[in-house]
Design a protein around this ligand. Sequence first.
Ligand code: GDP
Ligand code: MG
Length: 455
Amino acid sequence: LGGSISRALQQMSNATVIDEKVLNECLNEISRALLQSDVQFKLVRDMQTNIKKIVNLDDLAAGHNKRKIIQQIGVDKVLGQTVLLYWEGVSPNGVAIFNELCKILDPGKPSFTPKKGKTSVIMFVGLQGCGKTTSCTKYAYYHQKKGWKPALVCADTFRAGAFDQLKQNATKAKIPFYGSYMESDPATIAVEGVERFKKENCDLIIVDTSGRHKQEAALFEEMRQVSEATKPDLVIFVMDSSIGQAAFDQAQAFKKSVSVGAVIVTKMDGHAKGGGALSAVAATKSPVIFIGTGEHMDEFEVFDAKPFVSRLLGMGDLSGFMDKLQDVVPMDQQPELLEKLSEGFTLRILYEQYQNLLKMGPIGFSSELMPQGRENENQAKIKRCMTIMDSMTNEELDSVNTKLMNESRMMRIARGSGRTVREVMEMLEEYKRIAKAWSKMKGLQNLRRRPNMST
Ligand code: GDP
Ligand code: MG
């Protein structure tokens, strides 16, 4: 995906003259990629129209100002390769494609925001398996960590075991819960639960509901009844990122029966790019507030349009990478590092980044480069790693993975640095973890695949 967009942009910037035909070809390529990422056809078409409005057609006709046009669209060169740009900070002259997509994700008004210390009732809706129960718990846990008093109510009487699942999740997170094995009317249970937790002064009462495999009249009637009974301050539509083009109809169907005010997109750790989220926002006129990035309780992130759109365009990881780069590497060294990284993440690169981190002090200590651990231990750990690396040969430092390492080399390094073999191994594990995290950045892979292509 990212590849085809890069190619299209490359072609555009290679063209001696950017005329309407060249621009159309590029926009078509981007549109194709977006459609494949499940962005709705209408939204893609609108975006195309808007971009053409932004790009001055007179300039196009005259065939000059190529640089300006490219910048307006939001294209620039990184490592000699043309890439789509992500946000204003990088390309001050405009990032039209990127901005248009961010705009679709912004319904223009924020969702209802619960306030700590006041009681809010939040109802979760969505089809079966989309991740409601999981997201309810994550949402509760997220707030609990910030000192809130959340509670969970299970109003799913449709699926066998639904209450047990919620109970298990809630117990694990030490969050109070309410449900029933006897009562079969969801609205009744929901009201009982909400009333109980209001008495207990909980500030976030979260109502989990049932789903169905398909959009059925019975489900929407049930949602209407639960909503009417509990009068939620906010209804959150939960959407599986892999539902594809069905997102618009699904979101709209829920919106028609209850007043959806926010969206959560789950399973963003999977392959789906989540383009359906744009449709869900358009259908419900509500913002995405969180994304689910795994099955665990803490794999839950506040939604941020920029990385989301970058990922949609197949460049997400590059933008994250640029962020990290700006965190840890001084500005003037950044192009050089990119150049080096295009050949792989070596131990020497890690060594240099550790040097940078130590220079920066504690504020730099939030990035991927950091060893997992507590802040005050990190400095010592970095220094220890660097001592170990000081005993490595150039060949070892410049190799991309640890294949070169064997027992005798590790023993030699351990002796030379006054550390144990075990510590050397730990250091190498740390390197592998970081190298893996960096290699997962897709944009970086694109750069690596065609490192010397210049335009
Ligand atoms: P519900 O039927 O809507 O309540 O969906 P559940 O909360 O029971 O989730 C269905 C399945 O999706 C479960 O196996 C969850 O562990 C899984 N799941 C939910 N959210 C995520 C997520 O963000 N990432 C991943 N990988 N799995 C998730
Ligand atoms: Mg459930």
